[in-house]
Design a protein around this ligand. Structure first.
Ligand SMILES: Cc1cc2nc3c(=O)[nH]c(=O)nc-3n(C[C@H](O)[C@H](O)[C@H](O)COP(=O)(O)O)c2cc1C
Length: 330
């Protein structure tokens, strides 16, 4: 129903992506996204490689793998991850948070994969374009996870990027519904990428308590932690994120907060259903989440709503002959 260069590039039905999500981007969710006609990404760093096979067993539609490159003292063996991805025959990769992304991009491109690079600034988008990626996903300040240090919200970042880059652009951060998709298209993007919204679906492999918490939370329920370490992360506000902020305000070094924010601790909380046990990632868009639909219902609803907004309310406003529409909804 909505054709863009993104649907063409990836051979998908709808211009909607589910970005890589540590612990959450597993075969159950990614295959449901693929079967709904959108594009999901498994997460290479936290998911065993058997997820690729599991995902294949659950869908014959395209899906991808996210490779997140974090600045760390002891980097994981990225070259091995790339090998596994390439040899698995997966055709689409999302690279993110790149420290020296060129070697990853070259390897994937030389082996015939399509690469979408996720970044948080126009300058990084331009440099990824120069490095030869096929598309850019631009994450605004609203996003869950790492928004970078520039703090530019999507309303400015998306059109700023769209004006400067030639390859297809996906808008990311703060999207949950058809209004967002229509807005992203108007701002110059050719699709949307969602993280938090896909966590609150029936197929997301996380405890129900987190999904209910996202429905209950409003748009203020996030904290920006790690700002003092210049590695800002937007997470759901909870007892631990507040504790981290208190320690940061006392200028405590990262080594002091490390035990609180350990990935394993966050994962334990996710499995146990305790939203206050560890840090968990979620965005401001929680304020737009009101239910826990199936992935298919969600994707179809978003596309239907965007389509009827474009054809209905917005078209009516542009049509000088018709009376002004009273309704606000699509
Ligand atoms: C639970 C969770 C885990 C995430 N983990 C990663 C990750 O490992 N790598 C990555 O590139 N992005 C990660 N993200 C960011 C998403 O891929 C996406 O860019 C972001 O969620 C978009 O903002 P939104 O949540 O407002 O839709 C994560 C997001 C969430 C909600």
């Amino acid at each position: 129903m909505l054709k863009t260069r993104i649907t063409e590039l990836f051979g998908i039905e709808h211009p909607i992506l589910q970005g890589g999500m540590q612990w959450v981007g597993r075969a159950e969710l990614v295959s449901a996204v693929a079967n709904a006609g959108a594009l999901g990404f498994l997460t290479a760093l936290t998911q065993p490689t058997k997820e690729i096979q599991r995902c294949r067993d659950l869908t014959d539609k395209p899906f991808g793998v996210n490779l997140t490159v974090f600045p760390t003292l002891n980097p994981p063996p990225y070259a091995e991850y790339r090998r596994v991805i390439i040899e698995s025959g997966v055709k689409i990769v999302e690279t993110a948070a790149g420290v020296k992304p060129q070697e990853h991009i070259d390897d994937f491109k030389n082996n015939g994969l399509r690469v979408i690079h996720k970044c948080t600034s126009v300058r990084h988008a331009l440099s990824a374009q120069r490095m030869g990626v096929d598309a850019i996903s631009i994450d605004g300040f609203e996003c869950a996870g790492h928004p970078g240090e520039d703090d530019i919200p999507g309303l400015v970042l998306i059109p700023a990027a769209a004006s400067r880059i030639a390859i297809p652009l996906v808008a990311s951060g703060g999207f949950a519904d058809g209004r967002g998709l229509a807005a992203a298209l108007a701002l110059g993007a050719e699709g949307i990428n969602m993280g938090t919204r896909f966590c609150a679906t029936q197929e997301a492999p996380i405890h129900e308590a987190f999904k209910q918490q996202m429905v209950a939370n409003d748009e203020r329920a996030t904290d920006l932690i790690f700002r003092t370490y210049r590695n800002t992360a937007r997470v759901a506000r909870n007892a631990i994120s507040q504790q981290v902020l208190a320690m940061e305000s006392e200028r405590k070094p990262f080594t002091d907060v490390a035990a609180l924010v350990r990935g394993a601790r966050g994962r334990e909380g996710l499995e146990r259903g305790d939203p206050d046990h560890g840090i968990w990632t979620a965005g401001m868009v929680q304020g737009l989440i009101e239910d826990i639909p199936s992935v298919r219902e969600l994707v179809e609803r978003i596309v239907r709503e965007a389509h009827s907004l474009i054809r209905g309310r917005l078209a009516e406003m542009a049509d000088t002959k018709s009376a002004p529409s009273k309704g606000r909804a699509a």
